[in-house]
Design a binder for this molecule. Structure first.
Ligand code: PLP
Length: 371
């Protein structure tokens, strides 16, 4: 037990998944389509209050579809939060569009509305803005939504890390005209791999579904008038998702408990955390800690020491504007480069919902010893 590896975040089945998978086998609906796909889409709609939902093979596929539905074409301008996982930005490149990366703010670590306005003043209105709720901490989505509405940009919400997070009564994933969820293995619930596009109009949902299934036209033969994709979720994966939905509230509560335990244990250390804004609610998917400037304990030191104890931890996401692959893309920040600073001082702590209290206690003691 002592030497069992403690993971950052790993699949945690609830027990109900097999009955949905079994029903897929029993009805031979092993392919995409089938009642688990529709059921899972319905489960997500009732959980988030989203109007329409289309299950996809991945969160990245959902983001790609969101860009296509926004009308993004070659050389169009898309603004994207810099501090994120590369999957937020890669689909911009798939479309041949031009990314401009936007800095984060210090309180939520998400897109700084002031930097967004500055980018609009420099480059003009973009066709779309990709907003992320990093580690499940809600961004200032209402303010960003207003800025997008004012300049006619489509707001695309990357809520891959934020299922279960809310701003007021509104679920993360319902701010964007188009929003993406992810059910990758490390996310708060998983389908082994998968995603979902949430949208506000039936027209968008229909087009997304068509594009995700090779863009077949309604004809007796295979007729194609658009380039299509093979982006649909399988009925087996959706069965896992249906079972996982039964335990989602439990997972959110556990993630928040893990976060509160770290925060309480480290209250006397020179560290800080991304804060929930008044009225907002974070799912605390990954407990991520910021070490105060000038402290000689570095993220690398914490990660290395935990690794020696067979415990997984990570650096914070390295911002896209510091990634060699996006070196040609402009970056807009205010007086200082906040996302670069967060990356330099941030560390993601083990947040696995299967972790025991004893295991978390051991992690806490190892980290305390370093300070
Ligand atoms: C995981 C993740 C994605 C991509 O989801 P996949 O399902 O792995 O394709 C996109 N954006 C963010 C911020 C993520 O964390």
């Amino acid at each position: 037990m002592k030497n069992e590896k403690i993971l950052l975040a790993s699949p945690h089945m609830g027990g109900g998944e097999m009955k949905y998978i079994q029903s897929a086998f029993d009805t031979n609906w092993i392919a995409p389509l089938g009642e688990n796909v529709e059921g899972f889409e319905r489960d997500i709609r009732s959980f988030t209050d989203a109007a329409y939902s289309v299950a996809t093979a991945s969160g990245t596929a959902a983001l790609h579809l969101a860009l296509i539905l926004s009308g993004i074409k070659r050389d169009d301008l898309v603004f994207c939060q810099s501090l994120t996982f590369s999957a937020s930005a890669n689909p911009i490149a798939y479309c041949g569009a031009k990314a401009v990366f936007i800095d984060s703010e210090r309180d939520t670590w998400n897109m700084d509305p002031e930097a967004l306005k500055k980018a609009i003043s420099i480059y003009g209105a973009p066709k779309a803005v990709v907003l992320v709720h990093l580690y499940g901490t809600p961004a200032k989505a209402e303010e960003i939504e207003r800025i997008c509405n004012d300049c006619g940009a489509v707001l695309i919400e990357d809520a891959a890390e934020a299922l279960g997070s809310k701003i007021g009564e509104r679920a993360c994933g319902t701010f964007g005209a188009l929003s993406a969820l992810s059910f990758n293995g490390n996310k708060i619930i998983t389908t082994s791999g998968g995603g979902m596009l949430l949208c506000k109009t039936e027209e968008d949902a229909r087009l997304a579904l068509k594009l995700a299934t090779q863009a077949r036209e309604n004809a007796p033969w295979y007729q194609h008038e658009m380039i299509g994709y093979n982006y649909r979720m399988s009925n087996i994966c959706a069965g896992i998702g249906r079972g996982q939905m039964e335990v989602l509230p439990e997972r959110v509560a556990k993630k928040r408990e893990i976060f509160e335990t770290y925060r309480g244990a480290f209250r006397d250390l020179p560290v800080s955390w991304a804060e929930e804004q008044p009225g907002s609610f974070a799912n605390r998917w990954l407990s991520s800690m910021l070490i105060d400037p000038g402290c000689d304990v570095t993220p690398a030191r914490i990660i290395e020491t935990l690794a020696q104890n067979n415990i997984d931890s990570r650096h914070m996401w390295k911002p896209m504007h510091l990634q060699p692959v996006f070196a040609d893309c402009p970056y807009v920040c205010m007086d200082e480069d906040v996302s670069a600073d967060l990356f330099a001082r941030g560390v993601c702590l083990p947040s696995d919902t299967k972790m025991t209290a004893d295991q978390q206690h051991r992690i806490i003691e190892i980290i305390k010893d370093l300070f």
